[in-house]
Design a protein around this ligand. Structure first.
Ligand SMILES: *[C@@H]1O[C@H](CO)[C@@H](O)[C@H](O)[C@H]1NC(C)=O
Ligand SMILES: *[C@@H]1O[C@H](CO)[C@@H](O)[C@H](O)[C@H]1NC(C)=O
Ligand SMILES: *[C@@H]1O[C@H](CO)[C@@H](O)[C@H](O)[C@H]1NC(C)=O
Length: 557
């Protein structure tokens, strides 16, 4: 970006200055110069400063970058795991571009591993806080021989990528300091996890503390809104893998994200005076963000006290623990799945999807195919659309325990999951909804479409679906939805009650557009001759008097 002459000019300027001492305003170091302990260079916008420091009361010396106005906020450290024990350290740059930190006995404490070499190397502290090594040829970011932004410590600055470079194998993530006085690698990491679908995971050692939830095409499923509203994160995808996440440079505030020693990710913004930081965002943000708070098969609800519940069909594994508000043992199935017919799914709306522990992902399947596929495999415990875009697409299936589900309280969240339930669980539900008349007349709530079906008119229902609709509704209805309503209606009025769908399966059929519906058999009040069951046809004469003339089906959505 910077014109070539700038470097030539700077080079000439610095070389011609006596004794190669760094001028106060310098933001560069060139071969032949050294930065000794006590000296600093400052970015040209006066925001960042590079030099030696000691954290807190520590006597150890580190080479780092900090804000000029708040020197205690260190954003990068060269030798975090290898301190210099006295103030004899120096930073040098050799003619081939090697940037090295030497201690008092000239031993290399740290050096920058170059991706390439170039003539006339210059180390420069940019206004973004990035320390870069450039050669003579050009100074665009692609041509940096090395940059500190590739090696984050505990802080992510705007323009700094967190992710994985699949070409170089370089993985960039945040690691907390050990303590306020020891910047060496602490226990906590914050990292993109490209396992199936990308998630961002905060760990203590290998233990997950928080995860963002899988990327659903629009956002991470655990976040009702874009990750940091107003901060415009830049996502760089490669197919379904998230290469990197970064904050744009073009934010009107000075901001940073720091993984603090206690294991939280803090977003800070500098106030107008340029000397004070305000904490604006913390992750984890609330008790339900805490990984697996409600244990396996539990669901966390932030607006409920206590926060934890078992998913439908599950009960606390230890009632005693649960009563003592210790939820980590989670929940177990009340009735084991036996994979007999009648098993089905219950929708749980607006949730952070469970962790991707044992799962399968198929990005091309529809929700209905996903349901059928999950039902086929006895150990499949739940499924969901992988992506919410375009009305939902792709298939995620979970096997075994469901971990770290939370309810999302923001309205309009379209991230739903379907839980597998035993036939008898679904049966229980049926009892609640059972129509005392036993005829199968039902009403389900909806806003989308209403159909008035005159049963005696139905012969070739599929083709005549639209004729059956009240004219006033014709313009506001989708034909496929109307046909679906009719077909479900016909299933409900089949002659034999055991053929009729349960209330929960009706809700599912209405909610999952495009799924294959069973072909309805003869209705119980069919007025013509039945070729299937003459006996039943005779009985239908009696039934007919009880059947309402019209059935109103309102589609549940
Ligand atoms: C410099 O580093 C070397 C290697 O780590 C070490 O043996 C030596 O004692 C250090 N010198 C000083 C003055 O710290
Ligand atoms: C995804 O599902 C489709 C349709 O069932 C299938 O043809 C395809 O092979 C599946 N893809 C993978 C990667 O399993
Ligand atoms: C069910 O899915 C699991 C997990 O993918 C797999 O290991 C198992 O072989 C599948 N079982 C059947 C019967 O397809």
């Amino acid at each position: 970006m910077r014109p070539l002459f700038t470097f030539t000019f700077l080079y000439a300027l610095i070389c011609s200055s006596t004794l190669l001492e760094l001028s106060v305003a310098a933001d560069t170091i060139i071969p032949g110069q050294v930065l000794t302990d006590g000296e600093t260079i400052v970015s040209s916008n006066q925001r960042f400063e590079l030099g030696f420091f000691s954290p807190g009361r520590s006597k150890n010396r580190y080479l780092g970058i900090w804000y000029k106005t708040t020197p205690d906020i260190v954003v990068w450290i060269a030798n975090r795991n290898n301190p210099i024990t006295d103030s004899q350290g120096i930073l040098t740059i050799s003619s081939d571009g090697t940037l090295a930190l030497l201690n008092g006995t000239q031993s290399t404490v740290w050096f920058a591993k170059l991706s390439k070499t170039a003539a006339s190397p210059v180390a420069q502290l940019l206004g973004t806080g990035n320390l870069v090594l450039t050669g003579k040829a050009s100074a665009s970011s692609e041509s940096y021989m090395w940059q500190s932004f590739d090696f984050p410590t505990d802080t992510r600055l705007p323009g700094m990528k967190m992710g994985e470079n699949f070409d170089t194998g370089l993985v960039q993530y945040l690691t907390s300091w050990k303590s306020a006085e020891d910047p060496s690698l602490g226990d906590f990491t914050y990292k993109i996890d490209n396992h199936g679908l990308p998630q961002i995971v905060l760990r203590m050692g290998s233990l997950k503390q928080y995860r963002s939830g899988p990327w659903n095409g629009v956002r991470f499923s655990g976040h009702p809104l874009p990750m940091y509203p107003g901060f415009n994160p830049i996502f760089d995808f490669n197919g379904n893998s998230l290469n990197s996440i970064s904050d744009s440079y073009n934010i009107p505030v000075i901001t940073r994200v720091t993984l603090v020693q206690s294991g939280s990710l803090h977003r800070y913004v500098m106030d107008e005076t340029g000397t004070k930081w305000t904490l604006v965002f913390t992750t984890p943000g609330d008790p339900c963000d805490s990984y697996g708070k409600c244990g396996p098969n539990g669901i966390c609800r932030i607006n409920k006290t206590p926060n934890c519940d078992c998913l439908k069909g599950f009960a606390p594994k230890s009632q005693q623990d649960w009563e003592m508000l210790v939820w980590s043992s989670g929940c177990v199935r009340k009735i084991a799945l036996d994979c007999q017919s009648g098993e089905g799914f219950q929708k749980v709306a607006a949730v952070k999807l469970p962790d991707l522990l044992e799962f399968q992902l198929n990005t091309s399947m529809s929700l209905v195919e996903c349901s059928a596929e999950c039902l086929k495999n006895c150990s499949c415990t739940a499924y969901a659309n992988a992506f919410v875009t375009g009305g939902g697409s792709g298939c995620l299936m979970w096997f075994g325990n469901l971990m770290d589900i939370r309810e999302l309280v923001v309205e309009g969240s379209e991230q739903d999951i379907y839980l597998r339930l035993a036939a008898s669980e679904i049966g229980e539900e049926e009892k609640t909804y059972k129509d005392p008349s036993g005829i199968g007349h039902f009403r389900a709530t909806s806003l989308v479409c209403g159909v008035r079906v005159h049963i005696h008119e139905i012969n070739s229902k599929e083709k005549r679906a639209l004729e059956l609709m009240d004219a006033c509704l014709r313009n506001s209805c989708v034909e496929s939805q109307v046909q679906r309503c009719i077909q479900v209606g016909l299933l409900c009025v089949q002659q034999h009650p055991q053929d009729r769908p349960t209330m929960s399966s009706i809700v599912f059929m209405m909610g999952s557009e495009g799924s294959m519906l069973p072909k309805p058999k003869q209705p119980g009040f069919f007025s013509g001759r039945s070729s299937i069951d003459t006996d039943a046809a005779a009985k239908s004469e009696e039934l007919q008097t009880k059947v309402p003339e019209t059935i109103t089906i309102l589609q549940a959505r």
